[in-house]
Design a protein around this ligand. Structure first.
Ligand code: UD1
Length: 379
């Protein structure tokens, strides 16, 4: 029988940890020929290359090198280049992950060429159409042929939107597969270099990069005020995304934050420390040892739930409600008194009792491949 060509797509940082375990499982199966496209939506060493190394990912077979741009420009450039790849590679199936512009661009391109599309992490909804990711999710789900969901809310949302039951496959969370497969590294390694001073210390870890929180000076200043307020309880390590860093520079607030450098001997309460984007394993180590996380990231809400680390999400909504209903997550918006009150509870050891959602067990990629074998094996 001819091998079925499965063409997977990655583009931006959160795609790498979702796709790495699936690529590994696909490569074990004789019936599949698996290849990989990197759109180049993220391209810096620390936003892209280090993840291939840390997650032990196969090198891309196709690099589109699209780079940054407005939503329309970036989406259009990916579509133009990805169409050429599809014409050349003639895949039997395209797999996209998550909710970034690369996800939307490649699913739309494939479906117009009548190539079936599978969407990993389907069905999540924030019900906030001002988020670019929400538009990407809705469009991608509506045109995908196979929808892999990570949590029960995804199944409910897809059914409500009229997606046929046989297209929906509740497999769990491949991003948690990546955490599970890297977990062994944590027990044997101390935080290295300047971060060694953190071993055993109380600290908060912060990441903020949503356009609604960082693009305008008003919300961005509120974010900084919250982090400064949090630092009165314990030092804050603020890992900055390139979008956030450039906005902080624009409003002249970057100089107020201390850079962590190799001279660091101790971290002080009352300080917010500014770090560049970190490789996957370094960030995982920092997250697994911190007292709590303050974030507006989607993926980190899930990772902290799995690690049972308290998470305060600086947004008014979440497309991942299981992290709040079952997990360690709490929505706090940009409400500084709410953050202080939560941090007091966390420090006193009285944060809510949590559990890990079903199928967040390190085996989601195996379940995805079982489904794909059935679907592609019968054609
Ligand atoms: C994108 C995703 C977002 C995801 C985030 C994770 C969309 C719509 N948004 O947002 O869902 O949570 O990635 O990181 O797809 N830049 C660099 N180096 C890079 C990449 C970007 O410096 O390697 C800078 C550029 O100035 C760029 C800006 O970051 O303009 C924003 O990048 P972009 O990919 O447009 O959106 P993100 O904010 O990263």
């Amino acid at each position: 029988m001819r091998k079925k060509h499965v063409l997977s797509v990655v583009g931006a940082r959160p795609n790498f940890m979702k796709m790495a375990p699936l690529l590994r499982e696909l490569s074990k199966e004789e019936i599949f020929h698996s290849s990989l496209v990197h759109t180049g939506q993220h391209y810096d060493e620390v936003m892209s290359k280090v993840f291939f190394r840390d997650l032990n990912m196969q090198a891309p077979d196709f690099n589109l090198n699209v780079g940054s741009g407005s939503h329309a420009v970036q989406t259009a450039e990916i579509m133009k280049s990805f169409e050429r790849v599809c014409d050349q590679a003639k895949p039997d199936l395209v797999i996209v992950a998550g909710d970034v512009n690369s996800t939307l661009a490649c699913s739309l391109t494939a479906v117009k060429l009548q190539i079936p599309v599978a969407h990993l992490e389907a069905g999540l909804r924030s019900f906030d159409r001002t988020m670019p990711e929400e538009i990407n999710r809705i469009v991608t789900d509506s045109i995908s042929d196979v929808l892999f969901t990570t949590e029960e809310s995804g199944n409910v949302n897809l059914r409500r939107e009229g997606i046929a039951e046989e297209k929906i496959h509740f497999v769990g969370n491949t991003m948690i597969d990546s955490l599970v497969s890297c977990a062994g590294l944590l027990h044997h390694t101390r935080l290295g270099g300047a971060l060694g001073a953190l071993d055993g210390a109380a600290y908060f870890l912060a990441t903020v990069h949503r356009p609604s929180n960082v693009d305008d000076p008003g919300p961005l200043s509120q974010v900084l005020d919250i982090l400064e307020s949090a630092s009165q309880f314990a030092p804050v390590l603020f890992v900055t995304h390139p979008r956030t860093r450039s906005r902080l520079e624009e409003i002249g607030r970057d100089s107020e934050l201390s850079e962590i450098d190799d001279e660091l001997r101790e971290i002080r309460q009352g300080s917010v420390y500014f770090l560049p984007p970190l490789p996957y394993v370094e960030f995982f180590k920092l997250m697994s040892k911190c007292t709590a996380v303050l974030t507006d990231s989607g993926g980190i809400q899930e990772e902290t739930t799995f690690l049972r680390i308290p998470c305060l999400t600086m947004r008014d909504n979440t497309e991942r409600p299981s992290t709040v209903d079952l997990g360690t997550n709490q929505l706090v918006g940009l409400d500084e008194p709410a953050v202080r009150s939560c941090l007091k509870t966390i420090i006193s050891g009285e944060w809510k009792v949590s559990s890990v959602p079903p199928f967040w067990d390190g085996r989601a990629a195996e379940r995805v491949v079982e489904v794909l074998k059935k679907i592609l094996g019968r054609n």
